[in-house]
Design a protein around this ligand. Structure first.
Ligand SMILES: [Ca+2]
Ligand SMILES: [Ca+2]
Ligand SMILES: [Ca+2]
Length: 165
């Protein structure tokens, strides 16, 4: 256990590592760290839920974004579809936390990334106002497929990557 062993509000265990969520919104990881699954990427703040995978870790932020670290991001082997991982954390935590979880690439907000999302993705890219009018409950940042914080042409390749996973 890491010290100080205090202030935890949630825990989640991976296969060989553990995650603790602290009241201040930070995450502590300890245990087997062969893939960096214990190394929470900065900024280590704002987390409201955590989930330990076998060799990777997921954190859900208060703003609804999901951060993944460990095995997932290094791609040593074919990772599970990123968006499916998001849904898993949503399924377990959404009811109790009422956090709107974003699924990257899901532009029509049916919780899956499919070819149906191509139309709304193009709309989000070319006409954000029109997109917001057509999908008022769907965050346009779902189109930020490369996760750099904006929606622009760079996201096209990442979107295709999500589609074809
Ligand atoms: Ca969709
Ligand atoms: Ca982007
Ligand atoms: Ca960009």
């Amino acid at each position: 256990m890491p010290t100080p062993n205090t202030g935890f509000v949630g825990v989640s265990a991976g296969e060989l590592h553990s995650l603790g969520l602290k009241a201040d919104g930070s995450v502590v990881g300890w245990g087997h760290n062969n893939n960096g699954q214990c190394d929470v990427p900065p900024p280590n703040t704002g987390f409201v839920a955590i989930s330990g995978g076998a060799y990777h870790s997921l954190g859900l932020r208060a703003d609804g974004s999901v951060v993944a670290w460990g095995w997932d991001e290094h791609g040593e082997s074919s990772p599970p579809a990123w968006n499916v991982v998001c849904l898993a954390i949503a399924a377990g935590k959404d009811r109790s936390l009422t956090v709107k979880v974003r699924v990257r690439g899901d532009l029509n907000c049916d919780d899956v990334v499919s070819f149906d999302d191509m139309g709304p993705f193009v709309l989000a890219l070319t006409d954000p106002v029109g997109y917001a009018a057509l999908y008022p409950d769907c965050p346009i940042l779902n189109a930020d497929c490369d996760a750099d914080g904006d929606v622009d042409l760079d996201d096209i390749n990442a979107f295709v990557g999500l589609l074809t996973r």
